[in-house]
Design a protein around this ligand. Structure first.
Ligand code: GLU
Length: 507
């Protein structure tokens, strides 16, 4: 029988999550859900020096905002907790000692200074010092000490680390779902520290012990951990445990294509790197992205469905995502594409919902003096209508005001270039005539107004441009905006006439 799928996202709380980390969480989540498995959050905080206050909360808030909450983790103990490694501290030592007992690891007493001296000495000879088969029998460890000397040192409490004993002259056959089979010559590996002199495990030991105890079936993580795979595979063997399956995800690359996407790229290019704001760095959420957009673009950074399709919501991703189709090579990040996705998901939102996002901006931007009807700001129906007319031109709610100010304020200035081109000698006469036509309309609907104006243009043998361009200019202050008659109908007859008369005075 196949083991139950259990995957984990195992960030270290050393700061905010980079979007690459969010993608790792997402792929884990998708894989868990499509296999009716469990998605676990484990906080890898064994390195107390790098611990950053607030980082764990940030990670959890991010998963929740993205809509990919964990099934098991801090605060949700389903029998495999605790899920913070700092709270599992007491657990690791016995596993390190078990390896020593089985000859798979050894105590090393070398001081930082002596190791440094060895390194320098090697450098001078143009060599690199590696703590492994090459040197270990010349160093200060339980392989070279007599049993008595070792006991004395341990009893005295001399500081030590526990190192993994890497075998010599072996070829390891590593397996990765995405990268296939990888062969590694053990002679190039160093005897990594598993347990530190401060009584804490290193990442490697804690990670393997926890993955085993938490019954993790698949390890899906970033490519930067691929170099650790040799040690991790050997550790599973050394413990006699069945290893999980591994999948190392490709890096996310700079927009230019070369090199890993960094915080600086975001600063230079003016796009977020973090899902939520952190310090001075604006996050995707605060920049006005919808979580659906972030999920969608992240899913396609390193994977594709094998078709041209690129719009997927979370529930669809759960169905179509395929870990076997994740690419080996880095995925180029495209900030423009993220906006394209947000544009799409903005259109998907009901205008009734968008009102709630827009209102605070509207309240801030609206100039009460220029507002032709200050009450409009409280009339949700009106704002819904405005949003419905302009949203297809917007990628973010923050674009709304720039696209819709004239629905709330009477334009008091006009685009000069347009005036020069469109405001002809006969324009005032034409607009005055239009004004009197409009005056007579009772039912001031878009269709009705359109019909009247167009019929009149036809009867007078005028061109559309002669009338429509200046009319738009007086309504909007520019040649932009949605269907002109929709604008006129929405602001209403009184305001439309006011705008025509104001322009006739001013231009
Ligand atoms: N704590 C590691 C990190 O910060 C976890 C790596 C892994 O998933 O094994 O990414």
């Amino acid at each position: 029988m196949n083991k139950k799928v259990r995957v984990r996202f195992a960030p270290s709380p050393t700061g905010p999550l980079h979007i690459g980390g969010v993608r790792t969480a997402l792929y884990n989540y998708l894989f868990a859900k499509q296999n009716n498995g469990d998605f676990i959050l484990r906080i890898e905080d064994t390195d107390q020096n790098r611990y950053v206050e607030g980082a764990e909360k940030y990670i959890i808030d991010t998963l929740n905002w993205c809509g990919i909450p964990y099934d098991e983790g801090p605060g949700k103990d389903l029998g495999h907790g605790p899920y913070r490694q700092s709270e599992r501290k007491s657990l690791y030592k016995k596993y390190a000692e078990l390896l020593v007992k089985n000859g798979k690891a050894y105590y090393a007493f070398d001081s930082a200074e002596s190791l440094d001296a060895h390194r320098k000495d090697h450098e001078q000879k143009g060599k690199t010092f590696i703590y492994n088969w090459h040197n270990r029998l010349k160093l200060n460890n339980s392989l070279t000490l007599s049993p008595e000397a070792l006991q004395t040192k341990l009893q005295k409490g001399d500081p030590y680390v526990i190192r993994f004993y890497t075998p010599q002259d072996e070829v390891l056959h590593l397996k990765d779902i995405i990268r296939g089979d990888i062969q590694i010559d053990t002679n190039i590996l160093d005897d990594k520290v598993l347990f530190k002199s401060d009584g804490m495990p290193t990442y490697h030991l804690a990670n393997i012990v926890d993955d085993h105890l938490m019954e993790i079936s698949h390890v899906i993580r970033g490519e930067e951990w691929l170099p650790s795979l040799a040690l991790h595979t050997q550790l599973y063997d050394a413990f006699g445990w069945e290893a999980p399956k591994f999948a190392h995800l490709p890096l996310i690359m700079k927009p230019q294509g070369k090199g890993k996407l960094s915080k600086r790229d975001g600063e230079k290019g003016g796009f977020p790197i973090f899902p939520l704001s952190w310090g001075n760095s604006v996050g995707y959420r605060e920049a006005g992205y919808f979580p659906e957009a972030v999920i969608n673009f992240l899913a396609l950074l390193g994977w594709n469905p094998g078709t041209e399709e690129e719009l997927f919501k979370l529930d669809e991703l759960i169905k179509v995502f395929d870990i076997n189709r994740v690419h080996k090579s880095g995925a180029r990040f495209d900030p423009e594409k993220t906006k394209w996705y947000n544009h799409y998901y903005l259109q998907e939102q009901e205008s009734e919902v968008l009102v709630n996002f827009f209102k605070p901006i509207l309240t801030e931007k609206l100039d009460k003096e220029l507002a032709f009807n200050p009450d409009l700001i409280d009339q949700d129906d009106y704002i819904v209508n405005v949003i419905s007319l302009i949203k297809e031109r917007a990628s973010f709610v923050s674009d709304f005001w720039g696209l819709s100010a004239y629905f709330f304020q009477t334009p008091i200035s006009y685009n000069e270039k347009v005036v020069k081109k469109q405001w002809k000698e006969n324009t005032p006469a034409l607009l005055s005539k239009i004004a009197s036509l409009l005056e007579a309309i009772d039912n001031f609907s878009s269709l009705k107004v359109e019909e009247m104006v167009k019929t009149w243009i036809g009867n007078e043998n005028l061109t559309f441009g002669q009338v429509m361009a200046p009319l738009r200019l007086v309504m909007v202050g520019d040649l932009k905006g949605p269907h002109l008659f929709d604008i006129m109908a929405l602001v209403g007859k009184k305001e439309t006439l006011k705008r025509i008369n104001l322009a006739l005075e001013k231009l």
